[in-house]
Design a protein around this ligand. Structure first.
Ligand code: NAD
Ligand code: UGA
Length: 437
């Protein structure tokens, strides 16, 4: 078991820190955002992630998990340094690497004996080589440090489970010493089952982009099939479920919806595209997946406009769900943002409700109305849109909603409402790719 510093205490850094301490390591999570660290030290969890608070408490109590703003001394005390800062999209589509290289500089300034320098952030292929080159200016590889690429595959909303029971751990390194150390970091995982693959640094970096891009591609594909289903009187749920029974296809990531969002798929597709362009390689599938996703978001807006008799202007429209998916407070690249912008541009009024993400969306749209209760949001609304597949929205009292809404229009972009019930209550509804009842 190792002494580890995780640099960057965001969605990935925090879950990684907590997970590795749960595996028995001694972990310090550090961040330049002092507020975050203060909150964590006061027992507050800065993000919404089911199950996270409980294991934070357990590992803090067991003296295996610490939070600090003192990045230098944390690095000095640790044998493994894991970089988990953000790599957002830059204006060119490439990953913005300023946070990564700022951390590398900090590591350089504090390297005081052999350490494994490991990147968990999603970084362009070749980053590991660059970091190694920078560190080699002042330090000796194998003696002072070794580099590892250890990409992360957790999903927001199920991050704790994904981290503690992963399908695979990729350890990309040219060093057997570093590989053994990383195996030790993950030791509790492979006592029963060994999910570890040892690859080169570049292969590990590519595995991450290739995986995210493939999943995004699958979603864009099923969204386009769903759109066609509507025109040919086919039902996407029956189509996707039958397709998924073929083991070569699998039923995962075949749910049609309002277009994928989140902090990763959109930026990682663009980043892989920028990388391939840099090598003069055309990746037509990626270009198509990105375009299809943009159009899916627009398609949802057009559906709404078609659905509401008399147009959107001056209508009260309840938006249920702001997060980019259920079980998270993250709204980065959420399709709800496109929908809100569209409704505002058409002169409609928004009544927004999300069980967790109201506060996040209020940072982007401070002037729309937010509600703490779903029925307050739909009260006197002319139309209702479901944008996120929160469980709460699967079990709505539709009879009550019919009585309190002024209008009768419902757009269910997640296909979670019971069509039979909607019809029998006299709603005029639309969804994605379903055979309407
Ligand atoms: P995030 O924005 O939630 O967190 C990044 C954290 O890094 C912030 O708290 C920020 O204050 C901190 N930070 C920035 N510069 C720093 C510095 N110099 N020193 C210390 N801390 C610093 O980002 P995230 O969603 O956790 O993503 C991190 C990386 O992991 C990205 O590359 C992302 O693509 C990848 N990833 C994310 C997910 C996910 O579900 N969010 C899953 C797999 C991989
Ligand atoms: C995704 C990947 O699933 C993770 O493996 C990866 O680690 C992560 O990106 C990352 O690199 O950050 P995440 O973005 O948290 O995880 O969430 P997903 O469950 O993948 O959903 C992404 C988007 O696709 C959401 O908007 C979701 O609603 C949408 N989606 C997902 C669909 O529209 N249909 C589906 O069938 C699945």
């Amino acid at each position: 078991m190792k002494n580890i510093t995780i640099i960057g205490t965001g969605y990935v850094g925090l879950v990684t820190g907590v997970g590795l301490s749960e595996f028995g390591n001694k972990v310090i999570c550090v961040d330049i955002n002092n507020d975050k660290i203060l909150k964590l030290n006061a027992g507050e969890v800065p993000i919404y992630e089911p199950g996270l608070e409980e294991i934070i408490q357990r590992n803090v109590q067991n003296n295996r998990l610490f939070f600090s703003s003192d990045i230098s001394s944390s690095i000095k005390k640790s044998e493994v340094i894991i970089i988990a800062v953000g790599t957002p999209k830059s204006d060119t589509g490439d990953a913005d690497m300023q946070y990564i290289y700022s951390v590398v500089k900090t590591i350089e300034e504090n390297l005081n004996g052999y350490k494994v320098i490991c990147t968990k952030s999603t970084v362009p292929i070749g980053t590991g080589k660059n970091i190694t080159k920078i560190l080699k200016n002042n330090f000796k590889e194998d003696f002072d440090f070794n580099y590892v690429s250890n990409p992360e595959f957790l999903r927001e909303g199920s991050a704790v489970k994904d981290f503690l029971w992963p399908d695979r751990i990729i350890i990309g390194t040219g060093s057997l010493i570093a590989y053994d150390i990383m195996c030790d970091v993950y030791r509790s995982l492979y006592i029963n089952k060994n999910p570890i693959s040892h690859t080169s640094v570049e292969t590990a970096e590519m595995i991450k982009y290739a995986s995210n891009s493939f999943l995004a591609l699958k979603i864009s594909y099923i969204n386009e099939i769903a759109n066609l289903c509507e025109l040919v009187d086919a039902d996407i749920h029956d189509v996707a479920s039958a397709m998924g029974k073929d083991g070569r296809i699998s039923d995962k990531f075949l749910h049609p919806g309002p277009g994928f969002g989140g902090s990763c798929f959109p930026k990682d597709l663009e980043s892989l595209l920028a990388i391939s362009n840099g090598y003069g390689v055309k990746m037509n599938t990626l270009t198509a997946a990105i375009k299809a996703n943009r159009e899916q978001k627009k398609h949802m807006c057009n559906k709404l406009e078609k659905l509401i008799a008399g147009g959107i202007k001056d209508k009260e429209i309840a938006i249920l769900g702001l997060a980019f998916k259920a079980n998270t407070d993250d709204i980065r690249e959420s399709s709800s943002i496109d929908m809100i912008n569209f409704i505002l541009s058409k002169g409609g009024n928004i009544r927004a409700y999300d069980p967790i993400a109201n506060h996040s969306m209020a940072k982007i749209f401070p002037d729309i109305s937010y509600f703490q209760d779903v029925y307050e949001a739909v009260n006197k609304a002319d139309a209702l849109i479901v944008m996120t597949e929160w469980n709460e929205f699967r079990a709505l009292d539709l009879k009550k909603i019919r009585n309190i809404m002024d209008g009768k229009f419902i757009l269910d972009t997640r296909n979670i409402m019971n069509m039979k019930e909607l019809s029998s209550l006299g709603f005029v509804y639309d969804n994605v790719g379903r055979f309407k009842i």
